[in-house]
Write a protein that binds this ligand. Structure first.
Ligand SMILES: NC(=O)c1ccc[n+]([C@@H]2O[C@H](COP(=O)([O-])OP(=O)(O)OC[C@H]3O[C@@H](n4cnc5c(N)ncnc54)[C@H](O)[C@@H]3O)[C@@H](O)[C@H]2O)c1
Length: 361
């Protein structure tokens, strides 16, 4: 993947904002402030710091220790404990919010109200109503609202989308992903809200059908939050998706199987090379006259591993955000994409509470 992302090189649909692009006084450079320098924030800050066409103006964190760490690495950047310094600064065009989920809505709302474009961590908000409000506010103010669905910008997911789009896999049958490890236990959210946004956003991006219903089961074992969960999503044309997320697994697994009528693929994200393997395997039923006449043949052809670009996904994603701001384009992973994921997370919580009841989407 080319880190110097040009809009036309990205394989995502683009919709221009209704209003004309804003004019940036600072020489076509977007000035960023980042709120949150905990676990993920340093990655966002590092990528913004070196990004062409972007200027990292300020970093905010409530924790003095976090700010001390940031200051050591970026001595020229303003550090503050007060998010209002960033949210109201006339010298900042865009804000990246990398704080816990329950803070996203308030911070993003203030940023948009103050005329800032917003890059908001996954999951977009704690509920669909908040997401809808932010989307409406961003539209009204002609500002970009983008959710950090980082995986969509990895070489692996871009390759998978390409293999589906160009018909290599044929009609899809299923999507089956496992994202399990030991911890990291979160205090404010369950394993579904922590890990499943990755799988749900990837699934949404590659299947590109509106899901019809969702069924989820899960249990809490340690701190009152669901720590093991199994989510099933039903799509039109018999496409079915299954997502297994677990904080209590002795081993880390990041594997997704995608089955199609023509080919099947396995994506193992923990593999350094050959992350994706495409199998020319399948099943053909040549007669359906009656159960006694059923002729089932199995195809077991070659396996190949397509080349996957290695660029850092977050850098590509932030380049895309910068380009959208400068050109007045709507990000591929905009607020609406974030809302689709939040709706599925809410449905998963409800289904788990009701012991696996099917929730219509
Ligand atoms: N895209 C990804 O792959 C990815 C990976 C990990 C986490 N995340 C997301 O990033 C977000 C943050 O997660 P984390 O693991 O870094 O959390 P964290 O708890 O490690 O860090 C959050 C930081 O935000 C600071 N903070 C909280 N409220 C603040 C406020 N109002 N003003 C200033 N600072 C504030 C805290 O002091 C803390 O340092 C979450 O939404 C999470 O889902 C995304």
């Amino acid at each position: 993947m080319n880190p110097e992302t040009e809009n036309q090189q990205l394989p995502f649909p683009r919709v221009a904002h209704a209003a004309p692009p804003r004019v940036y006084l600072s020489d076509d450079t977007v000035r960023f402030g980042v709120i949150g320098y905990g676990y993920w924030g340093p990655n966002v800050v590092r990528n913004l710091h070196g990004l062409e066409g972007a200027c990292l103006s300020a970093v905010c964190d409530q924790s003095a220790q976090a700010l001390k760490r940031a200051k050591q690495l970026y001595p020229g950047v303003t550090m503050t404990k007060d998010s209002a310094d960033i949210l109201t600064s006339p010298d900042i065009d865009a804000v990246a919010i990398v704080t816990p989920v329950w803070t996203h809505y308030e911070l993003a709302k203030k940023a948009l109200e103050n005329g800032k474009h917003v890059f908001l961590e996954k999951p977009l908000t704690s509920n669909a109503r908040q997401a809808e409000e932010l989307i409406e506010l961003a539209e009204r103010k002609n500002l970009s609202l983008m959710v950090d669905h980082t995986f969509l910008f990895t070489g692996a997911v871009r390759k998978i989308r390409q293999l589906i789009d160009d018909g290599t896999l044929g009609d899809l049958y299923y999507y089956d992903s496992t994202r399990v490890n030991l911890g990291l236990f979160q205090h404010d959210i369950n394993v579904v809200w922590d890990l499943a946004p990755h799988d749900l956003s990837i699934m949404d991006h590659v299947i590109r059908e509106k899901p019809e219903a969702l069924v989820a089961t899960g249990e809490c074992h340690l701190n009152g939050h669901v720590d093991v969960a199994f989510i099933t999503v039903y799509f039109p044309r018999n496409i079915i998706a299954h997502i297994n997320v677990n904080w209590l697994s002795p081993v880390k697994v990041r594997t997704t199987l995608i089955g199609g009528e023509k080919k099947m693929l396995v994506w193992n994200d923990l593999e350094a090379d050959e992350k994706i393997k495409v199998y020319d395997k399948g099943v053909q039923i040549t007669s359906q006259q009656g159960v006694y006449d059923l002729l089932v043949s199995y195809r077991t052809g070659d396996m190949w591993s397509p080349k996957v670009e290695q660029s850092e996904a977050l850098k590509v994603e932030l380049s895309h955000f910068r380009d959208c701001i400068l050109n007045g384009h709507c990000p591929s992973n905009d607020g609406v994409a974030g809302l689709r994921v939040v709706r599925m997370l809410e449905a998963a919580d409800q289904s788990i509470r009701e012991k696996g009841k099917a929730i219509l989407l």
